[in-house]
Design a protein around this ligand. Structure first.
Ligand code: FES
Length: 160
């Protein structure tokens, strides 16, 4: 004698269940991958403290991209600024265009000046920044704490 009678699925129910299961797995994997890519990690690489280089590698007026940290080190009057490459519109990576002397978003055309302030396009605010620390002549950037801004002021700079 069986306590539970096994329920028989129709072919349509089986196929629906299979598709639903596959969809749930696909959504879960996509969400996990996206979270992992976007969320800063606790240590090492983007999301941790990144060594950008020696202070002398960033001469006044320079804009240098640091691939491992996904940010730019800008040496402007008064000090260094670490700008996250992520556009504040929809998140595209924003390249520095030397010939234009500005950051020029490739997706929807947002423009940012050397300190990341919006000069055009749909971006709602300046590029976010990361805290910069200089220790023994080495530039370190904490990518675990992106800071949103409404504008630029010199207090955002780390003096060299
Ligand atoms: S993502 Fe940069 S302008 Fe849309």
């Amino acid at each position: 004698m069986q306590l539970f009678e096994p329920k028989k699925l129709t072919r349509g129910q089986f196929l629906s269940l299979s598709w639903l299961s596959a969809l749930v797995v696909l959504i879960g994997e996509t969400a996990f991958g996206l979270m992992k890519f976007l969320k800063p990690t606790a240590s090492g690489g983007f999301g941790g403290s990144i060594y950008a280089g020696k202070v002398e590698e960033f001469p006044p007026g320079s804009v240098n991209y640091i691939l491992s940290g996904r940010f730019y080190i800008v040496h402007t009057t008064g000090g260094l600024l670490a700008l996250w490459q992520r556009c504040t519109h929809l998140g595209c990576a924003v390249p520095w265009v030397e010939a234009e002397d500005q950051f020029h978003g490739p997706c929807h055309g947002s423009l940012f000046d050397q300190v990341g302030v919006v000069k055009g396009g749909p971006a709602p605010r300046p590029l976010d920044i990361f805290p910069v620390t200089i220790k023994d002549g080495e530039v370190w950037v904490d990518t675990s704490k992106p800071l949103e801004r409404t504008g630029f002021d010199p207090s955002q700079l780390t003096p060299v």
